[in-house]
Design a protein around this ligand. Structure first.
Ligand code: CAO
Length: 428
């Protein structure tokens, strides 16, 4: 036989007239001992009232917003006789840590959704905004289980309280926003019929475009990039380069600035070995490489490729110049194999032959840095109390800030600049 039992507010300490902020059960619900029934909130803390008995909810006797004290009737429950007496242990109210914002429970709602930072993946939880969010313990627990940051969720409950359904909607939105142009926590790109604005033509991306795009996107969103800009005075280097090209004209050898840059990078990597490293998959160890292979971004009609020139430390500038010519021809003729693109330590993206003053290249992970090079130009440089026309080469070094500190980024480009300004240093 079942009997109907009144469920009262238990001993909740010194609190009087506490607000009912959430009713967690409905008539007909089957309840186990310690299942939460309602959430109460004072101006100091929120707490859940768990059930002391097992049974079925008959009638809810309070409404949201009511204030209750110890001994007040919350609901009635049909308690099954079958429930063993020893199951009927005292269930204490589950208290949440005191609220960070005092004194009004509605305080977190002062941050309108529009002013909140854009959503990030459910895994990155800001503990401060999480603790300040206006939600009951059960909703907090639920959000914790899903890794959802309460601080980013707009509540639809009373006084903007975050409800379980708000957490569900937030997670659902994040999970479904991984479509084209979207990503975790990012709105998917809307599908637009551009022909409504004028004539259009659709061109399929090449295989290389698609593949490169995927890796660039991954590297752009997963690596914290910083780009360090600098300049190198290559006036003397350029004289030397022209002289070398004249000397080797008959052999058909042509050396561009790029070969010198590769040689300068070899010196810089030896001086700063951290730039010749990769993070392992766990992200806890740095793998330092003892070889020096340099990837060179090459623009081909089929798209961008980054073949790797191996063992650059054991090659002369002339050998590097030759290999660059051969490799760029193979790239344009689509003769590169996947292995030609592997094993790089650092990359160079040279747009100097085209133009521009600076840019922010994307690190070619698992490498940790990439050197961008723009077009050299004559600039007035103040030397020994006079302006002199010097050929200045713009450098843009992007690096993975998890591995390289800003100070070392600046040291690296300063070193490169020094070496390129005085080619004798390449011999050191
Ligand atoms: N400043 C001024 N002139 C430069 C220069 C620079 N930084 N770099 C090259 N030049 C000059 C060269 O000396 C050459 O001039 P001459 O013909 O008068 O001797 C001319 O520009 C053409 O050089 P180049 O670009 O063909 O040769 P390179 O060795 O410098 O580069 C290669 C070879 C394959 C890297 C280049 O052709 C290329 O593809 N660059 C694009 C790379 C790219 O797309 N990067 C973006 C990646 S991210 O999207």
């Amino acid at each position: 036989m079942a009997n109907v039992k009144d469920i009262l507010v238990p001993d909740i300490g010194d609190f009087e007239g506490v607000e009912v902020i959430e009713i967690l059960v409905s008539p007909g619900d089957s309840i186990k001992i310690e299942d939460p029934l309602v959430s109460l909130e004072s101006d100091k803390a929120a707490m859940e009232i768990p059930s002391e008995v097992a049974g079925t909810i008959k009638e809810i006797k309070v409404s949201m917003g009511d204030t209750v004290s110890q001994g007040d009737l919350l609901l009635t429950m049909e308690v099954s006789d079958a429930a063993p007496a020893e199951d009927k242990k005292e269930a204490a109210p589950v208290k949440e840590e005191p609220k960070v914002t005092e004194p009004t429970p509605a305080a977190p709602a002062k941050t309108p959704a529009a002013n909140r930072p854009p959503p990030t993946p459910p895994t990155s939880v800001n503990e401060v905004s999480f603790s300040q969010a206006h939600a009951s313990p059960s909703v907090r627990k639920f959000a914790r289980e899903l890794g959802a940051d309460l601080g980013q969720i707009s509540g639809t409950g009373q006084k903007n309280r975050i409800l379980k359904k708000d957490v569900k909607a937030f997670v659902k939105k994040i999970m479904s926003s991984g479509g084209p142009g979207g990503g975790p926590g990012v709105e998917p790109m809307p599908e637009i019929d551009f022909s409504q604005f004028g004539e259009i033509e659709t061109e399929a991306l090449t295989k290389i475009n698609k593949l490169t795009g995927k890796f660039l996107h991954r590297n752009w969103v997963t690596l914290p990039h910083v780009t360090q800009f600098d300049e190198a005075d290559i006036t003397e280097l350029e004289k030397f380069r022209k002289q070398l090209n004249k000397e080797h004209e008959k052999e058909g050898i042509k050396i561009t600035v790029l070969a010198f840059l590769m040689k300068a990078l070899v010196s810089a990597l030896k001086e700063y070995p951290r730039f010749n490293s990769s993070l392992d998959v766990s992200g806890e160890n740095l793998i330092l490489k003892k070889y020096i292979n340099i990837g060179v971004a090459m623009d081909t009609p089929a798209g961008l490729v980054v073949p790797v020139i191996r063992n650059c430390d054991s090659k002369s500038i002339i050998e590097l110049g030759q290999e660059l010519i051969e490799t760029s021809k193979r790239a344009r003729d689509k003769k590169l194999s996947p292995s030609d693109m592997q094993g790089g330590c650092i990359s160079i993206s040279s747009l100097g032959g085209i133009g521009g003053t600076a840019f922010t290249p994307i690190v070619n992970a698992p490498e940790v840095a990439i050197l961008g090079v723009s077009r050299a130009s004559i600039k007035p440089v103040y030397i020994d109390s006079e302006f002199e026309p010097r050929l200045m080469l713009p450098l843009s070094l992007s690096y993975d800030h998890r591995v390289i500190d800003g100070a070392n980024g600046a040291r690296f480009t300063s070193f490169l600049s020094k070496v390129l300004s005085d080619t004798r240093r390449l011999l050191l």
